[in-house]
Ligand binder design. Structure first.
Ligand SMILES: C[S@@+](CC[C@H](N)C(=O)[O-])C[C@H]1O[C@@H](n2cnc3c(N)ncnc32)[C@H](O)[C@@H]1O
Length: 189
């Protein structure tokens, strides 16, 4: 499983602890937050180490070719900056990179959280169009389809559904009732 824009890797570390027989990779462009979980993972298992976890510093725009075809699950939770822009604009190069690291049938789950008022300037700066149903269904989805992903399900999530997600940003954002959180789940074909 690959978690892209993993931040402090909380999602990856928690999942790896629950499923010791599966291998987990957390990727982020920013190295600072990766240091602590990465060091922790290398400890002896009795001291909280996780031999089934690896953290990699890489940008979604330039994923290492060693990852080609390895992921049976890709998660992108609460992206910001260029990662948010890439997934919501459906940048062809980034979608091709996601498809490249995906094994056949790989599940791609994207969860975005946006506060339309507070984030307006940032969304404009990133060139993200208004997230109307029409744009999501026709504009954006077509780009994922063209990149080799088929739609599984998606839509707005109730706070009860996302606040319990084992990520630091789910915790940080919960309680903001203006934030719209939506998921998009696709499958590599
Ligand atoms: C709001 S944080 C979310 C972290 C984590 N997924 C969570 O839910 O707690 C967004 C993360 O995306 C990363 N990011 C932004 N642009 C990126 C890019 N182009 N490639 C990879 N990671 C990126 C940031 O460094 C940051 O750690």
């Amino acid at each position: 499983m690959i978690d892209l824009g993993t931040g402090d890797g909380r999602f990856v570390s928690a999942a790896a602890k629950k499923n010791p027989r599966k291998f987990y990779i957390g990727i982020d462009a920013a190295v600072d937050a990766l240091r602590k979980p990465s060091m922790k993972a290398t400890r002896k298992p009795a001291k909280g180490g996780l031999p089934n976890v690896m953290f990699i510093q890489a940008a979604v725009e330039d994923l290492p070719e060693e990852l080609d075809g390895v992921a049976d699950e890709i998660h992108i939770h609460f992206p910001w900056g260029s990662l948010l822009a890439a997934v919501l604009r459906g940048d062809a190069g980034v979608l091709a990179g996601l498809r490249r690291i995906a094994a056949p049938d790989c599940m791609l789950e994207i969860i975005v959280g946006i506060d339309p008022t507070r984030d307006r300037a940032e969304l404009e700066r990133l060139g993200i169009p208004d997230l109307t149903d029409e744009y999501l269904r026709e504009g954006l989805l077509q780009k994922y389809t063209a990149a080799g992903f088929e739609y599984v399900h998606g839509g707005r999530l109730a706070e009860g559904d996302w606040a319990a997600l084992e990520t630091s940003w789910a915790r940080r954002l919960s309680g903001n009732s203006n934030r719209i959180v939506a998921s998009l789940v696709l499958r590599a074909v």
